[in-house]
Ligand binder design. Sequence first.
Ligand SMILES: Nc1ncnc2c1ncn2[C@@H]1O[C@H](COP(=O)(O)OP(=O)(O)OP(=O)(O)O)[C@@H](O)[C@H]1O
Ligand code: SF4
Ligand SMILES: [Mg+2]
Length: 355
Amino acid sequence: MSTSTSTPQAKTAYGAGREVVLDVDELRVHYRTPTGDVKAVNGVSFQVFAGETVGLVGESGCGKTTTAMAVLRMVQPPGRIVSGHATVAGTDVVGLNEKELREMRWVKLALIPQGAMNSLNPVMRIRTQIADAIETHLGKQPKEKLKARILELLNQVGLPARVYDMYPHELSGGMKQRVCVAMAIALNPPLIIADEPTSALDVVVQRVVAQTLMDVKKRLGVSMILIGHDMGLQAQMVDRIIVMYAGNIVEIAPITRAFKIPLHPYTQLLIASIPSIKERKPLKVTEGITHDLRNPPPGCVFQYRCPFVQEICRTKKPTLREYTSGHQAACHLYESPDDMGSHAQAAAAMKELDR
Ligand SMILES: Nc1ncnc2c1ncn2[C@@H]1O[C@H](COP(=O)(O)OP(=O)(O)OP(=O)(O)O)[C@@H](O)[C@H]1O
Ligand code: SF4
Ligand SMILES: [Mg+2]
């Protein structure tokens, strides 16, 4: 495979003039099964700009982890990248060979995987695990320099120096997760993908880990993709949000806009389903189940569950269009910018949901 290196340009008005750290273009990832390919990621395109935090949300199985794995070229068989590109800091990872991939991972892009804390080796001290991550890429380091760097990393994620000599079983879940954050920033990558970094932690510890990520982001200026289900947490942590449904991106928006004027009916349902302690009301559930990913329907992917489905939705797939700066949606309700300009459709949709 050949290496392609170039500096991608922003593709939306929102990104004009900003440095593009990640450019995902028409990416498709399938899992082969005896009864046909599962189209887990079905042609997604998005960009991440320098210094921003982008949330990737959507219900379980919509393709968030698969997208992240494809960007890292870590999709395992029976999965494979079928087509598309993912350009990380100017290099298209789809064309890289194994050696080039090893050089890219951790240096240009680090992953805090789903269930990261369980992936720490139980029989190795924390110092050895962080040292391994550093020396695998930088080669053998002078002992004192390496120790100083590991202690610096532990300090950066708010862990005491004594963690240096500890084993994973001596740490709480939140501490282990912060060790994973320390490993992710060890080589100063410009981009970190954190796949549900706070799930399986209690709410107090969730906050601590979320705060650690935000502190790290602020101090180091890295870009971050934060995968998660918790819309409340997303609201507090991200600059922009990407909403996925059944392998497709259905909406991208600056976070305040997404909450104020969600355009796509699926995003509206996601927001309507956030529980409120101020107002006791029955929880909104998104009725129905996702279609079989081996056989996506013609037309809109959300048609079977959409309260506003129209005839055109059954036959024509809506394209992701930018309506106002940074706000993109794929829905036939907004065929012309005027539909969105007046927010009439969005307002009507919201009203309908509140009934
Ligand atoms: N090895 C596999 N074989 C077949 N299908 C798979 C395989 N791995 C994942 N899938 C399917 O790909 C789709 C996307 O999975 P993925 O793990 O990316 O979802 P996700 O959005 O990260 O979900 P979650 O929120 O539960 O972590 C799912 O429908 C899943 O069933
Ligand atoms: S395109 Fe149609 S089915 Fe799809 S979300 Fe919009 S209104 Fe609903
Ligand atoms: Mg996942």
